[in-house]
Design a protein around this ligand. Structure first.
Ligand SMILES: CC(=O)Nc1cnc2ccccc2c1
Length: 447
């Protein structure tokens, strides 16, 4: 008997019904792979709306769009800092025996492209991308294995004016979506704070990334586990106490008291808050020494957007990564950027009742009253389309009752009936579906 190609059905192979018979279960699994999503029209309209807002903000800030392959060499993401994102790398060996990976984030690809472009691009660069990112999680947690991220990066600007501009671009997006400073905010800190602490306990630089990744879990796992991990990589108990103490600081003056005004950490943060004041978004951000972010390559300012209700995971996050390009063999080029996921923001907008009502709408629906008028109807449709109107051309011999119902379903503004007697006079019957007004018009009078 016929063997089912990708049978997920309880059918015994081969016993399935023939084509067209009432199939109780599909022959193949019609759901998308575990942890991934389809985007049927309703969901796709919402995604397109969100991405349009990403793109509009990028345009306002004069960023240029870039893109990269979703598949990259695995080497781009191999980092020895115990990051969740690299531990869950969706990597495999391709048919050519090459180690490849579905990208878990966009920044390494962006760094690769900047280095590839080398002297042929002039700094600073302001690039943005919207791309699907992947992770391979043991399905125990049933979490998603893909999401779309909006990334904005400023390459070649060493000063915190770049971070101030990036944070303001996200504030601009939040405002466009209807969110205010009482709905969301940004926690801002600098990894130079941790760097200063590690230095005063003379902890080797090469442990910096690893320590940050461990510390990032501070509020997610018990302190004892953090201490165990730090001790296991050789951090003294005294140094751990120093780290924990600095992370609990709640104000810049406190930080200054502990670290002294000398370190760049305090200077950078002070400068950033001054700029935020001048941009007019001070009430959106505050210093929080506990913000570390879980990516090993950040070297300076780090920030994350959060919902003040505290129900959700971070909305977005970013920071300065001045060493990433040189670790790829490029020049020492300063850079900073952020990633903004497509999931948490939608949950937040749902909670706030801010999701837009997006419907499938067309301008005109054109219907030939009998089959000989299909040609003329198609001509009427293309005349209207050349004028930029979206036109649904009815392609089958339907009853008028169905056409009216369908016109309602697709929110058409006008119904254009192509009938024999009118057509003889070069006219068509136009029904305005909101005013119910009806008139015969010449085809080239339609606009
Ligand atoms: C809330 C959500 O979907 N998070 C998510 C989903 N997929 C990912 C895939 C790669 C990296 C991070 C990811 C994060």
């Amino acid at each position: 008997g016929r063997s089912c190609a990708l049978s997920a059905s309880p059918h015994a192979a081969g016993a399935g019904p023939g084509p067209g018979e009432n199939q109780t279960t599909a022959i193949i699994d019609v759901n998308p792979p575990r942890g991934t999503r389809d985007f049927p029209p309703d969901d796709m309209r919402l995604r397109t709306w969100l991405f349009h807002n990403f793109r509009e903000v990028a345009r306002l800030f004069a960023f240029e769009e870039v893109d990269f392959p979703v598949l990259e060499s695995e080497a781009l993401f191999i980092r020895k800092a115990g990051e969740e994102i690299t531990e869950q790398l969706y990597s495999f060996e391709d048919k050519g025996g090459r180690r490849v990976a579905l990208r878990p984030e966009l920044t390494p690809s962006l760094a690769r492209l900047v280095i590839q472009k080398g002297k042929s691009v002039s700094l600073p660069l302001k690039w943005f991308a919207i791309g699907q990112c992947w992770r391979y999680e043991r399905t125990t947690r049933g979490r998603r294995r893909e999401h779309y991220q909006w990334n904005m990066d400023i390459i070649g600007v060493p000063g915190v004016a770049a971070e101030a501009e990036l944070i303001f671009s996200i504030v601009t997006l939040f405002k466009r979506l209807g969110l205010t400073a009482s709905d969301v905010g940004f926690k801002v800190s600098s990894r130079k704070v941790l760097q200063a602490v590690l230095q005063c306990y003379s902890i080797p630089e090469n442990l910096f990334g690893e320590v940050c990744v461990i510390i990032d879990k501070m509020e997610k796992v018990p302190l004892s586990e953090i201490e165990k991990k730090l001790t296991s990589i050789g951090i003294s108990l005294e140094a751990i106490k120093g780290l924990v103490q600095v992370l609990s600081l709640k104000s810049l003056p406190q930080l200054e008291e502990l670290l002294g005004a000398a370190g760049d950490a305090v200077a950078d943060l002070k400068q950033l808050f001054i700029l935020a004041e001048q941009y007019g978004y001070s009430q959106w951000i505050h210093f929080d020494a506990s913000v570390v972010r879980g990516l090993a390559y950040y070297t300076g300012i780090v920030f994350e957007g959060f919902d003040r209700q505290g129900n959700l995971r971070a909305i977005c996050g970013g920071g300065r990564y001045d060493k990433l390009l040189s670790t790829f063999g490029g020049d020492d080029i300063p850079a900073c950027g952020f990633g903004f996921g497509d999931a948490v923001i939608i949950e937040l907008l749902k909670d706030k009742g801010l999701l837009p009502m997006l419907t499938h709408t067309v301008d005109d629906i054109v219907f030939p009253l009998d089959l000989e008028l299909q040609g003329p109807a198609a001509m009427v449709a293309s005349t209207l389309r050349q004028k930029g109107r979206s036109v649904e051309l009815v392609l089958e011999n339907k009853r008028l009752k169905w056409v009216f119902k369908h016109a309602e379903r697709i929110n058409a503004s006008r119904l254009i009936l192509v009938g024999d007697s009118e057509w003889q006079r070069g006219m068509v019957r136009v029904k305005n579906l909101s005013t119910r007004e009806e008139q015969d018009l010449k085809v080239d009078e339609l606009e």
